[in-house]
Design a protein around this ligand. Structure first.
Ligand code: PMP
Length: 369
């Protein structure tokens, strides 16, 4: 029997049709970039030197990731079967979800958290189960434990978390991994360098643990797209079936060894941010702006109902910050990346002006009533 063609256009999967479009606000960023938690300064000069050594002929070759993966594994104290390089942590999340999530599975997420977990999960057939943090935005450990079911397939935890800046403890992560042996517990340590605590040393002990790292934050290589996914050799074997062998390009691969080697530069940038963070916290307290304690290179602040106006005023004065109001439990809250001390001194001046303008505007509105 001849089958009739009845549809006139290619139709994507139902899940893809119901996906929301996600456009990060990356346009017109010629300003002080305190909106994407990037390094706000520069990458190591050693990386620039490595780029300058790349020849025209080098561009003609497909990238070979294995030698660099071996180097990264050694740097992390792992075997090379435990480590994959990825096109940013975003690819690690995407590939991990594609490898494990199928119809009926649950992705368990404490929220608010990093947006791309839900974006990539919504392209799979799995269901997203969220656990909302309390007003203090601390890691909702007990309620997360209670939300584990036989269908839980992945638990994704950004540690430290964004946009809250809060962190789960090592003990909490161990307990979660033990209580959900049938699920992958993915700890996204994108902001590790500003926190200094890791669970990557537990990979041999906890077979369902996976850890992601990025070169986009402290290392200052967001534009190169370099991430790491680490886990047991067995879990990594499944992930590698899905991962493209060429997703990390040869320029990124050439830049990674000098970036790793230049620990002096990394230490300098991290200490600069931590110093600036303390100063910025003091300035927020002085201005009477509520803030959440942060273990990362950003701070979430409570601006209240005029959050959009605040972000506009900051942008008009040359400082980009990120409105997180539409995140669960974050109405009126704005996330501000921490840069160098000099940059943050400038940001404080601009922020105080913006807050003064908002106060003046609400006072005159009050007068009019
Ligand atoms: N994880 C978290 C928690 C993040 O905040 C971000 C970036 N904002 C990423 C991952 C993305 O990292 P990458 O640039 O390596 O894709």
């Amino acid at each position: 029997m001849v089958e009739l063609i009845t549809t006139r256009h290619p139709v994507p999967r139902a899940r893809v049709q119901s996906m929301k479009e996600y456009h990060p606000p990356l346009g017109s960023r010629e300003a002080l970039r305190l909106d994407f938690n990037e390094n706000t300064f520069a990458c190591s000069p050693k990386v620039r030197e490595a780029l300058a050594r790349i020849s025209a002929a080098d561009f003609t070759r497909y990238p070979e990731r294995e030698p660099v993966e071996a180097l990264v594994a050694a740097h992390l104290g792992l075997s090379k079967s435990q480590v994959a390089l990825t096109n940013g942590v975003d690819e690690a999340i995407h590939v991990l979800f594609e490898t494990f999530l199928e119809s009926g599975d649950e992705l368990l997420l404490p929220v608010p958290t990093y947006t791309m977990y839900e974006v990539y999960a919504s392209a799979t057939e799995a269901n997203v189960v969220t656990v909302l943090a309390a007003d203090d935005l601390q890691f909702p450990f007990e309620r997360l434990l209670a939300a584990i079911t036989p269908r839980t397939k992945i638990i994704a935890i950004a540690n430290p978390n964004s946009p809250s800046g809060s962190a789960a403890s090592r003990e909490q992560i161990v307990e979660l991994a033990r209580r959900a042996p049938h699920a992958v517990v993915m700890i996204d340590e994108a902001y590790f360098h500003f926190h200094g605590e890791t669970v990557i040393d537990l990979l041999d002990e906890l077979p369902n643990l996976m850890v992601a790292r990025t070169f986009s934050k402290a290392y200052g290589l967001a534009g190169l797209r370099l991430g790491i996914l680490a886990g047991s050799a067995e879990l990594m074997r499944w992930v590698r079936r899905v991962l493209s062998p060429y997703s990390v390009n040869s320029l990124a691969l050439a830049c990674l060894p000098p970036a790793l080697e230049d620990t002096a530069y990394l230490d300098w940038y991290v200490s600069e941010v931590l110093k600036a963070r303390a100063g910025f916290e003091a300035a927020l307290d002085k201005a009477g702006i509520r803030r959440w304690p942060s273990c990362a290179n950003f701070i979430l602040v409570d601006i209240g109902s005029r959050h959009a106006e605040f972000v506009r005023l900051m942008r008009a004065a040359g400082v980009l910050v990120r409105d997180r109001s539409s995140d669960p439990g974050c109405d009126g809250r704005v996330r501000i990346t921490i840069g160098t001390t000099e940059q943050m001194r400038h940001a404080v001046i601009v922020l105080n002006d913006a807050v003064a303008s908002l106060k003046a505007a609400s006072a005159s509105q009050g007068d009019a009533q």
